[in-house]
Design a protein around this ligand. Structure first.
Ligand code: PAF
Length: 281
């Protein structure tokens, strides 16, 4: 597996691979790799990529001033080992200095149609940072396709829109959420949870499961009633609700009736840790 730190060296390697007719996949990550990330590499492999580039970069511009940028888990040695085992052919470990010039002043901003609600409303500037870094990664690697996780549902929707609106010509693949046997969605931030908090966190997937079962049984649910039940279950488990929303899965607009084609997205605080989860109905 090739390791790169400098974007220009990666760019010239990727250009050669492209000229040799190779199909290139990009898997953008912030590292602290777990089975969820490895499933993205597996999806790239299954789709026939000849070169699978995993970027590992804790992107400072997508963290708010009071968020966990400094304590976000970082382990390049373990990440590189996991990438080799999963079949990645290149890993990109840029530094903040070689991704952002001191006088960096150009940003990719989604106008709020998709990023003005949900996590975007609670984390000002977050999606500006995500879109900008993903656009930079696309420009460096110029992959045929890139794989993102459904766990970050709003992010995947915004990236798909960015690619369409700015004509990137990169296919976006969204891989399903990977869960522990308990139902807990895998996340690098699960590392922050105490044993008790981990038990409380099970209410996220249980709540989503309950909503899906309701729709399966009745065909649709009145969201106002279903939401009240979901919020009460989460609070009863000891979680502080940030949001629980039902949206149209394509355009993220709120819906009044939960039915096929909707998605439920939720964010809670479990102690100090903010967790997100979602399901497509
Ligand atoms: O989903 C993530 O880990 C990040 O938001 C991403 C897409 C790698 C951009 O920094």
């Amino acid at each position: 597996m090739r390791k790169f730190e400098d974007p220009e060296t990666l760019r010239s390697w990727a250009r050669k691979a492209r000229l040799a007719g190779k199909k290139i996949a990009l898997v953008p990550t912030m590292g602290a790799l777990h089975e969820g990330h490895l499933s993205l590499i597996a999806a790239a492999k299954k789709k026939g990529a000849d070169e699978i580039v995993v970027s590992v970069f804790v992107n400072p511009t997508q963290f708010g001033p009071k968020e966990d940028y400094a304590q976000y888990p970082r382990d390049h040695v373990a990440d590189a080992k996991k990438c080799v085992q999963a079949g990645a052919t290149a890993i990109f470990f840029p530094t903040p200095a070689n991704m952002y010039a001191d006088d960096h002043s150009t940003w990719v901003i989604e106008d709020g149609a998709l990023s003005g609600s949900l996590c975007g409303a609670r984390r000002p500037g977050h999606f500006r940072g995500v879109c900008t870094v993903v656009a930079k990664l696309f420009n460096v690697v110029q992959p045929d396709f890139a794989v993102f996780g459904q766990k970050d549902f709003q992010q995947a929707t915004i990236i798909r829109r960015m690619v369409r609106d700015l004509s990137f010509g990169v296919e976006i693949v969204v891989a399903p959420i990977v869960r522990e046997a308990t139902g807990l969605a895998l996340s690098s931030r699960n590392a922050y949870l105490s044993a008790d908090e981990k038990v409380r966190a099970l209410a996220l997937s249980a709540t989503l499961k309950d909503l899906k079962a309701g729709v399966a049984a009745k065909g649709k649910l009145v969201w106002k009633t279903a939401r009240a039940r979901a919020v009460s279950a989460l609070e009863k488990a000891g979680l502080r609700v940030d949001y629980v929303e039902a949206v149209d899965a394509e355009n993220l607009k709120p819906v009044k009736t939960l039915k096929a084609g909707s998605a439920v997205l939720l964010a809670v605080f479990d102690g100090k840790t903010r967790l997100i989860d979602n399901c497509l109905v």
